[in-house]
Design a protein around this ligand. Structure first.
Ligand code: ATP
Ligand code: MG
Length: 716
């Protein structure tokens, strides 16, 4: 067959065709969101098969997620019919790495049936090593070591490559030594972790000429999507594999590099042209996804970043409506508003599958989940657990359940030794025996076993404290408001402290989730009602095929598109995140801005950005100010709207010029209720709300704490 009548070329524009038809030699497609990069890569794959330039097994094609790999496979199948008898080397770097490693495991001292450890196993192993090395795990948590080892692996560093300076980053200079021990242990138990799937393969390619030559020959063509988010070890892989035939095509967008926190290096785009001299660089400029207003809004925001490679984007799609920016009063109103909008879109014929809510941080999903449960709107959480299913939330709920219901054995079991109380497996087995023998719930058996001499003194002390705590919490529950009770339980049990001591990347997110849990409780009358609600939420799965609204983080939404997108929580301290603000400097802020760009460009027809004037933090209302990214949206492409109770959008105009946004507060500037409330006047009742009874902090704590160099809020 000739390419001219090829089904996969139909409708492609000239530069896309060029990307498809330039099969030989290095090609870099550098283009903005929605310009058909993934579409071109898919057509290119179809082309290689259709013209028989390669067998399916001779093409290495890398996608960012497993889902993207499946979709590409399906689409190619549709384009060229049955020609695709499986594409063994189409998948994520990890999936491809696992496959290669199985074939050559013995070269790194493993057997081909090695197990891949999950994070829990990994931590358990590291803890053993840390204890054996006489390192104080409280000072140097296992999670920090796990994070560090992962970072080294992403950089392509084996234990031998870790120098004294790097080693210094854990356990007073013992990082490198423990890394070595960890790798030895893994080998001894015939296992590897996720990072090894990449690093071991790199080691093999670097050390075994025969294997390298084999793959260099085999992979006639190499293609990579989302190239801007490859890390060093992935890059080194690609460079080795492509060195021989040099038929490598990478597509990416520097403005969408959002994984630097996981070691991704946007510099790989620049390195490409250096490592593959003569590379053809193709730019795609026509966007087929979004309306001009959506592109204009996204472009206006990303223009504030420096050092961009720069791109032009245009679209033939009708202007459509402007990006809406909606200021609401608080989080619950944000969720209500989005729920209402979705229901009305649904009435207008939009499928729920075509609607997404994108959030910056996992904990933001909770408010939407609760609201959607209440109004019966089906939703799915993508790329993460649903809020109440996350490990730390389940732990916290277990504490609450055991206080609410002493006979809840599952809850008891879950937390009896979380955080670690020094109760060994033996002690817990004894407890189970007694409970079974006497027909008692575990918590009652625990009280009973303390009177015997069945436990070691240490276990007895630990269990005694725990049983005593439960009794005390149950007494406290009589008088104390249930959110306060929850906070106290989490503090006194050491559960919060456990995560505070934890230096791993996700610990901060878990603490935020715990705060969010306490916040959620405030909306229910008592502990029983709240727990009832949770069990209903847990049960909401429903039939898989039904249309559902998607709720996910922006990170998880990369490469996807939806007709309507709601972007929630555009407030300083949420987005940009507090961590980015605390770090200061432009690097992390620019990555947040790229996230904003990714977020807006997911929308095909309608984008709605929301920000709330108030958020409840630790049971206190705190006023928030709109994200700086809101102010960066070009006015021409935006419609501002403020709900009756919101008033927050008024910040917008003032954000950049005014040093002290509170300067006018209370001077009767007639700016609307939001301003007066910010001054602490609580007399204007919010319809249906209960905030009047609460303390209102005048200072927007989050912002004041996070004073960034460019914006100073001098009202501390
Ligand atoms: P992102 O940067 O977000 O990953 P992308 O550059 O990979 O975006 P695609 O997802 O490939 O863009 O394409 C965006 C949309 O445009 C898709 O709906 C795709 O089907 C459509 N599209 C791509 N190329 C064309 C074309 N030549 N004609 C019509 N529609 C196209
Ligand atoms: Mg894409």
């Amino acid at each position: 067959p000739t390419p001219d009548d090829a089904p996969y070329l139909a409708g492609l524009n000239p530069p896309q065709r060029e990307a498809v038809l330039t099969t030989d030699g290095p090609v870099l497609v550098l283009a903005g969101a929605g310009t058909g990069k993934t579409a071109a890569l898919t057509a290119r794959l179809a082309h290689l098969l259709w013209t028989r330039k390669a067998y399916p097994s001779e093409i290495l094609a890398v996608t960012f997620t497993n889902k993207a790999a499946r979709e590409m496979k399906e689409r190619v199948g549709r384009l060229v019919g049955a020609a695709v008898e499986g594409m063994p080397w189409l998948g994520t770097f990890h999936a491809i790495g696992a496959k290669m490693l199985r074939r050559h495991a013995e070269l790194v001292g493993l057997q081909s049936n090695f197990t891949i450890l999950d994070t829990d196993d990994q931590l358990r192993l590291l803890k053993q090593l840390i204890v054996a090395a006489n390192i104080d795990e409280k000072r140097f948590p296992a999670r920090s070591l796990a994070g560090l080892i992962d970072e080294w692996k992403n950089k392509g560093l084996t234990p031998g490559d870790v120098d004294a300076g790097e080693s210094e980053r854990y356990g007073a200079g013992r990082g490198g030594e423990l890394y070595q021990q960890y790798q030895d242990r893994l080998k001894a138990v015939n296992a590897c972790d996720f990072g090894d799937l990449l690093l071991h393969v790199l080691t093999i390619l670097k050390t075994d000429r025969e294997v390298l030559a084999h793959y260099q020959q085999r992979f006639r063509y190499i293609m990579v999507d989302e190239y801007q988010d490859t890390n060093s070890v992935q890059y080194l892989w690609l460079r080795l594999l492509a060195q021989e035939r040099r038929n490598i095509c990478c597509v990416g967008d520097d403005d969408q590099s959002i994984y630097s926190w996981r070691g991704a290096q946007v510099e790989n785009i620049l390195r490409f042209e250096r490592d593959f001299p003569g590379a053809k660089v193709i730019r795609l400029e026509q966007n087929y996804r979004s309306t001009p207003h959506i592109l204009g809004a996204a472009g206006g925001v990303i223009a504030h970043n420096s050092g961009r490679l720069g791109k032009t984007l245009w679209t033939e799609i009708d202007a459509g409506e402007k990006v809406r920016v909606i200021g609401v009063w608080d989080g619950p109103e944000e969720a209500r508003r989005v729920g209402d909008e979705i229901e009305s879109a649904q009435r207008d014929g939009t499928s729920l599958d075509d609607i997404a809510i994108l959030v910056r941080a996992q904990h933001q999903t909770r408010e939407f989940e609760d609201r959607f449960i209440a109004i019966g709107l089906p939703y799915r959480i993508v790329g993460g657990f649903r809020f109440y299913e996350r490990a730390e939330i389940r732990d916290a709920l277990a504490y609450l359940r055991i206080v609410n219901q002493p006979a809840d054995d599952l809850a008891f079991e879950r937390i009896v030794n979380v955080p670690k109380r020094g109760l060994g497996d033996k002690a817990i087995a004894r407890l189970h025996q007694l409970a079974r023998a006497e027909g008692l719930p575990l918590s009652a058996a625990a009280a009973r076993i303390l009177d015997t001499d069945e436990l070691t003194p240490q276990a007895r002390r630990a269990l005694g404290t725990f049983v005593g705590d439960i009794v005390r919490w149950r007494e406290m529950a009589v008088d104390l408001a249930h959110p306060d009770l929850a906070r106290q339980i989490l503090d006194e049990s050491g559960y919060t402290a456990m995560w505070q001591a934890d230096k791993s990347a996700d610990a901060a997110g878990r603490l935020e989730n715990l705060n969010e849990l306490v916040r959620a409780m405030e909306e229910y009358e008592n502990l029983g009602a709240f727990l009832e609600h949770v069990s209903l939420v847990m049960d909401n799965e429903g039939a898989r095929e039904d249309a559902k609204v998607t709720i996910m983080t922006i990170h998880a939404a990369k490469g996807l598109e939806f007709s309507q997108v709601f972007l929630a929580g555009w407030e300083e301290g949420i987005f940009p995140s507090q961590r980015a603000l605390d770090e200061g400097g432009t690097r992390s802020l620019e990555e947040e801005r790229r996230l904003a760009y990714v977020a807006i460009t997911r929308a095909r027809r309608r984008a709605t950005i929301l920000h709330a004037a108030n958020r409840r933090i630790y049971g206190q209302w705190t006023s928030s100010i709109p994200s700086r990214f809101v102010a960066e949206l070009p006015a021409d492409h935006v419609d501002q709207e403020t709900t009756m109770s919101g008033g927050a959008s008024l910040w917008r105009a003032n954000w950049s010029e005014r040093a002290d946004p509170f300067a006018d507060v209370g001077r009767g500037t007639g700016r609307g209720p939001g301003w007066q409330r910010a001054a602490g006047t609580l007399d204007a009742a919010k319809p249906g709300g209960d905030w009047t009874s609460r303390t209102f902090t005048r200072e927007p704590t989050r912002v004041v704490e996070s004073r960034s160099p460019s914006v100073s809020l001098g009202n501390k």
